[in-house]
Design a protein around this ligand. Structure first.
Ligand code: PFF
Length: 456
């Protein structure tokens, strides 16, 4: 039974635009700008994009709507939501897993976001101007394996994240998302225009959009699905938490579609900003973080106006990272403040502080002078890479699987309908949604999971 007093006391998003900005802000992050273009390149361009779009439509999008509706129905944080909707059952552990995933993801995410801050400074101070590719690579290696600087930037980035989250939903998360997301869109469009107007940009576009079906195999499909999860911020209670701040009159079905489309569009725009520029200068696209921290500085320093565009690009990355990191921290803060009855301030300090410590450990695990960098954990990788492995292969898929099963089989169609069709709204694709959450998504996620942990 939901008591109305409790509903009224909760901070909510204040406007429709605010909801979209905050949820899209969570989804659009480092994953879109660095990872999506890179994996698209590796797995055959347009062919991979098609597979990714299918994963988004059949699994990602239904799961996003599922998380929204669980959160809004319960009006609670990720743990409290399951306690309220399935009292006396172990389902609340799904929420716990989300809280653990938030710790794990934000620990490495804050380190990489810290790198983006350092790269804004490097771009502004013109460090790359006149450097050879070898020097730019050495700058990256030197910085990411240093002991002190990455830690300092991690702490600064977490400080900003905490400061926004502490201000609350309407006056913190929503306010900043409404300002930062349009800024992000403007920057990415400027970078796109610059990239496609470079002589020789066509081969980059071809790389990105010409399908190479020979590269589509099981591994590519798994990469697409795994990335769909991470990119849409699914499987760890972020959208449950944000959903709990959405008012009952909002059309959840529409919101989920809009956020999904925004996330996918920005990923494509990021690819269009990156590859034409890389190919125009005949540079081999780098793999992983090197694509943005080594390849692109090389590109910018040869490009007309590159000083300016370089700064813009790293501001873009930082903005994208920030609106995502606040959503991750909010999962933990909402849990601490509602379940443990802590003030928002105390919850933010505790969660932010603990995650910062984990972030420092991540940074140290890359620092060549630290003994911690010699400690090998999951599959022989250092702490930071192990955190990435844990979230990609274990926490997000299991979390997502459980949410689908919960919505499809435990809540069931009637309760789902009650929630998504609240206050005169109508979900036009109910049969598709139920088939997706009951069958398609759980089976697909189970396959990814078993493959990810090496069972199949
Ligand atoms: N969706 C973000 C990105 O693409 O970078 C990352 C992320 C944010 C993952 C929030 C999970 C999450 F809860």
């Amino acid at each position: 039974m939901i008591d109305n007093n409790n509903l009224q006391q909760r901070d909510n998003f204040g406007s429709r635009l605010g909801i979209i900005a905050a949820a899209a802000g969570s989804a659009i992050g480092l994953g879109n700008i660095w990872k999506f273009p890179y994996i698209t390149g590796v797995y055959g361009g347009a062919a991979f994009i098609l597979v990714y779009l299918i994963c988004i439509a059949l699994i990602g999008f239904p799961l996003m709507l599922s998380e929204f509706l669980v959160g809004r129905k319960a009006q609670k944080n990720a743990v409290g939501a399951f306690k309220r909707l399935a009292p006396g059952t172990p389902w609340f552990m799904t929420g716990w897993m989300g809280v653990v995933a938030a710790f794990v993801i934000l620990s490495f995410y804050s380190v990489v976001a810290g790198w983006c801050l350092e790269y804004i400074v490097k771009a502004v101070t013109g460090v790359f101007t006149g450097s050879t590719p070898e020097q730019i690579n050495a700058i990256y290696e030197g910085f990411t394996t240093a002991a002190v600087k990455p830690i300092v930037w991690t702490i600064i980035f977490m400080g900003i994240t905490c400061w926004i989250v502490m201000a609350g939903i309407k006056d913190g998360i929503e306010k900043y998302a409404k300002f930062l997301m349009p800024l992000l869109l403007v920057i990415i469009i400027i970078l796109d225009i610059r990239a496609v107007t470079l002589p020789g940009a066509g081969s980059g576009l071809a790389f990105l959009f010409k399908p190479d079906w020979s590269k589509i195999n099981g591994e590519a499909v798994l990469a697409a699905l795994g990335h769909a999860f991470f990119s849409l911020s699914l499987g760890m209670g972020t959208m449950i938490t944000y959903g709990s701040y959405i008012g009952k009159k909002e059309n959840l079905g529409e919101t989920a579609i809009q956020v999904t489309i925004a996330d996918t569009l920005i990923a494509l725009l990021a690819g269009i900003a990156i590859f034409p520029a890389v190919f125009a200068f005949g540079i081999e696209p780098g793999a992983g973080p090197r694509l943005v921290f080594v390849t692109l500085p090389n590109v910018f320093q040869q490009m007309p106006g590159g000083y300016f565009f370089g700064i813009l690009f790293f501001v873009l990355l930082t903005v994208a990272a920030l609106t995502s990191s606040i959503s991750i921290l909010e999962v933990v803060v909402a849990y601490f403040s509602e379940e443990l009855k802590w003030s928002r301030k105390k919850a933010t300090f505790a969660a932010g502080g603990a995650i910062t410590v984990m972030g420092i450990l991540c940074a140290l695990s890359y620092a060549s002078s630290s003994a911690f960098s010699k400690v090998k954990l999951i599959q022989g990788t250092v702490f930071m890479d192990s955190m990435m492995w844990l979230s990609d292969n274990l926490l997000l898929p299991i979390g997502g699987l459980l949410v689908c099963v919960f919505v499809g089989w435990v809540l069931g169609r009637k309760k789902v309908e009650e929630e998504v069709n609240s206050e005169g709204n109508h979900l036009g694709y109910m049969p598709f949604f139920m088939v997706a959450v009951k069958f398609i998504a759980p089976i697909a996620i189970a396959i990814v999971f078993l493959k990810g942990v090496g069972i199949i």
